[in-house]
Ligand binder design. Structure first.
Ligand code: FAD
Length: 421
């Protein structure tokens, strides 16, 4: 089987690994450069983001027949046993409340998305039946004749048919050249704005809905304890606040969260309405005011006012999209979309990537169970996966309220409810 994977993000890399383990000829095409090159900046992120990795995603990697993969990934993660809710008491003192995730001690993990992606790419690199092509942008697919077209960005050097080796150390792209490829199965793992999905839609009656919520996000960093002016009470092991929690500063229509990194920093995200971002963009003072009023203890204790300001002005202010579509396959065969390409979701349930990795496990369980009839396998895959993807998408949307309000104490919510009615 010749399998073409579009997109070398976490989902595309794992899908390529599953396909390679079945002895297929695998070609992976990625729009951007190789993440393992220090100069490659992940799309939408300043460096990388830390994500919550859960059993859903770990299990998908475990089932990839790559014995060292899970250990390599987990060795670079930090357990998060619960969420830490940061607030203020009536006297204005900063308070912290640990809410454990599980009475049996189970936990989720903080993982650097780029690191997880690199481990997967390293695993692929060693396989003789896998070719990695970077700086290749999918521009067209003809599902009927099973051909695809890509723009290969070159620096003017002669084009080669080689994969990763030929592309390593390639200079930044300058002049695109179009190439044509054939496939028996194309896996669209090219993210929320998927080109594979766009072309697939022309060939079938795909139901499709996308929604933007009125919330933007921006990334910040809490430095290690030694660089924070006032670490929080739960600070430990050189971290400015507890390393084993997902930290939440809830607020009525905004939220600030922090996830630990192995370098003892925290990757933080401000979520707020678009109008709040507009206000913050127009007035330097309002940024610190909003943090002081809503996120007690962050500024100046964990992030200095100057760092807060420079990170807000330097880092992108990005939207949040939610996508549902059905089916996830092309009939009569040869194409599937997975991960964000099939079901981008709001990040509030920490399951977007986990669910995408799970897509891969579920897809290949159907292909294995029906090896003689791949099309029947794809049909049964989409029948099982679409309702599950829609459900997790809904749960992710619903969890926004839980995170920015529901996590607060029952007393606070009861008082709020009485005041409101
Ligand atoms: P992507 O990561 O988007 O990768 C797609 C790849 O395809 C990219 O490398 C891109 O360059 C490439 N590509 C795109 N177009 C083309 C083309 N035309 N040709 C070739 N290549 C192409 N998920 C969790 O599980 N836990 C979390 O805690 C979590 N937190 C999040 C926080 C935030 C703020 C955000 C925004 C998302 C979060 N997510 C989380 C979601 C997670 O980031 C995504 O679900 C995950 O990255 C999707 O992986 P993917 O491989 O499907 O797509």
């Amino acid at each position: 089987m010749k399998c073409v994977v579009i997109g070398a993000g976490p989902v595309g890399a794992l899908a390529a690994l599953y396909a390679a383990r079945r002895g297929w000829d695998v070609e992976v095409y990625e729009l951007r450069g190789d993440l393992r090159d220090a100069s490659t900046v992940p799309l939408n992120f300043t460096k990388s983001i830390n994500l919550a990795l859960s059993e859903r995603g770990i299990n998908a990697m475990r089932k990839s027949d790559s014995p060292k993969l899970v250990d390599a990934v987990l060795s670079e993660t930090i357990p998060m046993h619960g969420r830490m809710i940061h607030s203020q008491d009536k006297k204005g003192n900063v308070t912290e409340e640990s809410q454990l995730y599980d009475v049996h001690g189970r936990f989720i993990r903080a993982v650097d998305r780029a690191n997880l992606n690199k481990v997967l790419l390293d695993e692929l690199e060693g396989l003789p039946n896998v070719k990695l092509f970077f700086h290749h942008k999918l521009t067209g697919v003809d599902f009927k004749v099973k051909k695809a077209w890509l723009e290969r960005k070159t620096n003017g050097s002669p084009q080669t048919a080689d994969g990763a080796q030929a592309n390593q150390n390639q200079q930044p792209p300058a002049r695109p050249q179009e190439i044509e490829i054939n496939f028996e199965l194309i896996l669209g793992c090219d993210g929320a704005h998927s080109s594979v999905r766009y072309h697939m839609m022309k060939y079938l009656r795909m139901d499709y809905a996308q929604t933007y919520i009125d919330t933007l996000w921006c990334e910040f960093t809490i430095p290690p304890a030694k660089d924070a002016s006032q670490p929080s009470p739960s600070a430990a092991e050189g971290f400015a606040t507890s390393p084993n929690h997902l930290h939440i500063w809830p607020s009525d229509d905004k939220m600030f969260i922090a996830i630990p990194s192995t370098d003892k920093t925290f990757t933080c995200t401000l979520f707020a309405p678009a109008a709040t971002f507009a206000e913050l963009e127009s007035s330097e003072d309002s940024l610190q005011t909003i943090f002081n009023e809503n996120f007690p203890g962050v500024v100046p204790g964990l992030i200095s006012p100057s760092a807060l300001h420079s990170q807000f002005t330097t880092n992108p202010h990005l939207p949040l999209i939610s996508i549902k579509c059905s089916p996830h396959i092309y009939s009569p065969g040869g194409g599937v979309i997975l991960g964000d390409a099939a079901h981008a979701m709001l990040p509030f349930y920490g399951q977007g990537m986990n669910a995408g990795l799970e897509d891969v496990r579920v897809l290949f369980s159907h292909l294995d169970a029906n090896a003689a009839d791949p099309q029947a396998a794809l049909e049964s895959y989409t029948a099982e996966r679409v309702p599950d993807a829609h459900t997790i998408n809904d749960l992710a949307s619903a969890n926004y309220w839980e995170m920015h309000s529901g996590v607060r104490s029952p007393l606070y919510l009861a008082r709020k409810t009485v005041e409101e009615f």
